[in-house]
Design a protein around this ligand. Structure first.
Ligand code: 13P
Length: 294
């Protein structure tokens, strides 16, 4: 199945009361493992790539890898560029025909953020690509992008009005979460998501998903969030499984790379399959595929 529209996946999820998992991957093992999780649970999926990974692997390689790994897969899967403040990388990804980009303008002042978001939307829409918009900063640094401090925050009315004026397709507001592991329990803001939902029909994205409890995800979904981003959980499963396997290899003096890859993939697939169940997207792939076909 070819890459599908991110907006369509998130809108369908919102209508049906679940969230699409949007999972960051950074190599073949992690991409294959999260796709396997979606296939195992029959869930729609958004595969996300950070700017850091685009820079290290190259847009052409990631595009080909995604096409190769999804060619014979029946579940609907979108390919999305995560937090990107760099217009040059957006140009590349738009030319490569990915499903969507997150233009992260939270490092720009308000007027510049709005003007540039409008420009990115015009450019992306001309190529049939959707734009997630971030103009206030979500806390935490991920793959070198972001800040641990509140740099910019606006009212929900302002966020909805900017989305309307720029034509952005999905909104990434601050909802109390942060990227990476929480150092203390966050003050979550599902009410803020609910207020935004009452002001705009654009899908609302929850960033910083790793570390929330299943009930907390469900509160956000009930408030109208329909795309949930997960990255740190993938990195943790990947690295912990690697460390455990390397301990085993040392103990048994058996150094077989494919066994290491299989151990990592199994851990990442299990972690994402668990999140899919929490997000309520298990078993939703077929109905989404039917809706696409209509
Ligand atoms: P976590 O790293 O907290 O899972 O956040 C992921 C994210 O929001 C990617 O944009």
């Amino acid at each position: 199945m070819p890459a599908i529209s991110t907006t369509f996946l998130a809108r369908t999820a919102r209508e049906r009361g679940y969230a699409v998992p949007a999972v960051n991957v950074f190599d073949e093992i992690s991409m294959r493992a999260v796709i396997d999780a979606a296939v195992r649970t029959s869930s729609p999926l958004i595969v996300q790539i950070s700017v850091k990974t685009v820079r290290s692997s190259g847009t052409a390689f990631i595009t080909s890898l995604f096409q190769a790994l999804t060619r014979d897969v029946e579940v609907p899967i979108a390919l999305h560029l995560d937090h990107c403040p760099d217009r040059g990388v957006i140009d590349d990804v738009v030319s490569a025909g990915w499903s969507s980009v997150l233009f992260d303008a939270s490092n720009r002042d308000f007027d510049t953020a709005e003007r540039e978001t409008g420009e990115v939307v015009t450019q992306a829409h001309a190529a049939g690509i959707a734009v997630e918009s971030e103009i206030e900063n979500i806390l935490g640094v991920e793959d070198g992008v972001g800040s641990d401090h509140v740099e910019r925050a606006y009212s929900v009315e302002t966020l909805a009005a900017v989305a309307e004026r720029t034509g952005a397709d999905l909104l990434a507001p601050q909802l109390g979460t942060s990227h990476g592991l929480f150092r203390s329990r966050p003050t979550l803001l599902p009410e803020r998501a609910r207020e935004l939902v009452s002001l705009t029909d654009r899908p609302i994205v929850l960033h910083g998903g790793t570390g929330l409890e299943p009930g907390e995800f469900q509160e956000f979904i009930a408030a109208g969030v329909s795309k949930i981003n997960i990255s740190t959980a993938v990195k943790n499963s990947y690295m912990r499984a690697s460390a455990e396997h390397l301990d085993w290899a040392r103990e048994h003096d058996e150094w077989d790379p494919p066994k290491l890859f299989a151990a990592i993939a199994a851990a990442v697939t299990d972690s994402i399959a668990e999140h899919i169940i929490w997000f309520g997207s298990e078993g939703k792939a077929t109905r989404v595929a039917e809706a696409v076909a209509r």
